[in-house]
Design a protein around this ligand. Structure first.
Ligand code: RUB
Length: 306
């Protein structure tokens, strides 16, 4: 249990963060847990695995990748503890492998939308979005990136460090400068924590403002999202829970301002009408096709931990 609790803690404290990384870490933790449980019966094993899954699910509420990863890993049919153990390990390996390949494929597909000479704006720190950018750079396209700081956690600083490592010409801006630069941008590329059945995007707070600015300037807006970021739960109208984070993340002491409180949502919703395309590993789709992805690729919409 220690390894799993350690991963859960790292996800909670954001030492492990970003929807894809969270999903892969959870799959790997479940595998480690299953390989080491000392259950005598299959029923006991199943109960333990479900408990472990719930601990992971309770870490961060928004990213559906965590839920989808956990469900894919703990979905097995087995006649014995050993069979169940092997199935969890195999499911986890498959999820991690598919997830890594998906990001690579998204890079390949997404980079087709980028031309030499383009300026790309990105928000927060998304591996899927960065892979679209880095694939274009590796293909020899002469590109320039504008990266937002992404307050309050400043994940944009992770992005600029990665782009710098790749030797990509990048400019850091504060979040409120997005509209000022949008007329110089050819394409916005961001990641996804959730894509809903109607094609709306849940991503780092501020994404919807970036999308609105892009829409006003007629700049194309692309979300880069592996298919396990799509949410089967939203088919039945379930709302995506938006994580509300600690006021301490906002570096201001308000203890002597008795009428003031802080509201610090971690994510926001970009309506599908502001999104030109969602680049997945199975192709670049219009947001309206999200329902099809959920139906064809996920197809187990009503699963839940019993
Ligand atoms: C990260 C964030 C990223 C998505 C996609 O938020 O919003 O854009 O998770 O990332 P946080 P990826 O830092 O709060 O986890 O493409 O790497 O899965």
């Amino acid at each position: 249990m220690n390894g799993l609790l350690d991963t859960a803690q790292k996800i909670k404290t954001m030492e492990i963060r970003g929807a894809g990384r969270i999903a892969r870490a959870a799959a790997s933790a479940l595998k480690g847990f299953a390989l080491n449980i000392d259950s005598k019966t299959l029923e006991e094993f199943n109960v333990e695995v479900n408990k472990a899954a719930q601990i992971l699910l309770d870490t961060r509420p928004t990213a559906v990748s965590l839920y989808n990863a956990v469900m894919m890993v703990i979905r097995y049919k087995a006649g014995s503890v050993e069979e169940a153990r092997a199935a969890v390990a195999a499911n986890a390996n498959q999820f991690i492998d598919n997830s890594n390949k998906a990001v690579e494929k998204i890079g390949e597909i997404g980079s087709r939308r980028i031309r030499s000479g383009d300026t790309i704006l990105t928000h927060c720190n998304s591996m899927a979005a960065i892979t679209v950018i880095s694939s274009s750079h590796k293909a020899g396209k002469d590109i320039r990136v504008i990266a937002t700081e992404s307050r309050p956690r400043c994940q944009g600083l992770l992005t600029i460090a990665m782009l710098n490592e790749l030797g990509i010409d990048t400019t850091l801006i504060v979040d409120s400068a997005v509209r000022s630069v949008m007329n110089t941008v050819d394409l916005v590329v961001v990641g996804a924590d959730v894509v809903t059945a109607n094609g709306s995007l849940v991503n780092k707070i501020g994404t919807s403002q970036v999308a609105l600015c892009a829409y006003e300037a007629r700049t194309p807006f692309m979300a880069a999202a592996e298919t396990y970021k799509f949410s089967p739960k939203t088919l039945m109208g379930e709302m995506v829970p938006i994580e509300e984070r600690s006021p301490d993340e906002i570096a201001t002491d308000i203890s002597n301002l008795k009428h003031i409180k802080i509201f610090n949502p971690g994510f926001d919703v970009t309506p599908h009408r502001y999104i030109d395309m969602i680049c997945t590993e199975v192709g670049a789709i219009p947001p309206e096709m999200s329902y099809m992805i959920i139906k064809e690729k996920l197809g187990w919409e009503m699963d839940s931990i019993s």
